[in-house]
Design a protein around this ligand. Structure first.
Ligand code: DX5
Ligand code: ZN
Length: 235
């Protein structure tokens, strides 16, 4: 089974943890990757920033390709870039298993979803804090995951925006109503405390950078703590 299929097989109603590599020590990426893999993460969240869609630049396909050889984790690539269609093939070739793009990127969402699926990958849409749930709900029937941003995209280490919870709950209700399995991810400021708030609003796939890679007791302990939350399915 390829890893895009594995992502679809992960439980939808339990916490899964996707450490965000952005918070890792970039001079020791191989070791950092091993720590989260040994620590029990199923997914690796890869934040790609182009300095245009967001005011920061991170890394691209060559780095992902280099990491691919050292890991069996599901690679979940979060594209914070304009014109994602142009780069889908490069990210697929680098070893991404899922690609999430932003509804605000300016491209036709149906085209981007189709392009991702055509490459055999899982497809996700993300929405920025100011974007309402109604912007992505029309695409629910074609998506494998939805990523709610609980910070403004662009930087790690920001504070969790609890006011994103009504929107998260609205998306959870829409997923339940549509009856298809869609992972509900949340990204930004997730730690051992805020994970309970996010899970209470229906998020189940937790993206966490700082809380995992900079935890004083290490990644395994951080992942264990995040898993203690219980996602609310009927809210
Ligand atoms: C922000 C990124 C996040 C970020 C999360 O633009 O999408 O994935 O790395 O970092 P923390 O968990 O530190 O808020
Ligand atoms: Zn991200």
């Amino acid at each position: 089974m390829n890893k895009a299929e594995l992502l679809k097989k992960l439980p939808y109603d339990k916490i899964t943890v996707a450490p965000s590599l952005l918070a890792a020590d970039f001079s020791r990426l191989g070791e950092e990757l091993k720590a989260v893999e040994d620590g029990g993460a199923e997914i690796l969240h890869l934040d790609v920033m182009d300095g245009h869609f967001v005011p920061n630049i991170s890394f691209g396909p060559p780095v992902i390709k280099a990491l691919r050889k050292h890991s069996n984790l599901i690679f979940d690539t979060h594209l914070m870039i304009t014109d994602p269609l142009r780069y889908l093939e490069a990210f697929a070739e680098s070893g991404s298993d899922a690609i999430t793009f932003h509804i605000e990127c300016g491209s036709d969402p149906r085209e981007v979803i189709k392009g991702i699926h055509r490459l055999g990958l899982a497809a996700g849409i993300s929405l920025k804090p100011k974007t309402p749930a109604s912007a992505i709900i029309p695409y629910l029937d074609q998506l494998d995951l939805i990523l709610v941003m609980s910070v403004e995209p662009g930087f790690g280490g920001q504070s969790f925006m609890a006011d994103m919870m009504p929107k998260t709950a609205e998306i959870r209700r829409a997923i339940q109503a549509c009856g298809r399995p869609v992972h509900l991810q949340i990204d930004g400021g997730i730690d051992a405390k805020t994970v309970h708030t996010a899970a209470g609003a229906g998020a189940a796939m937790m993206v966490a950078g700082t809380a995992v890679f900079r935890h004083p007791k290490g990644a395994a302990e951080a992942i264990k703590l995040l898993r203690e939350a219980k996602p609310a399915m009927d809210i």
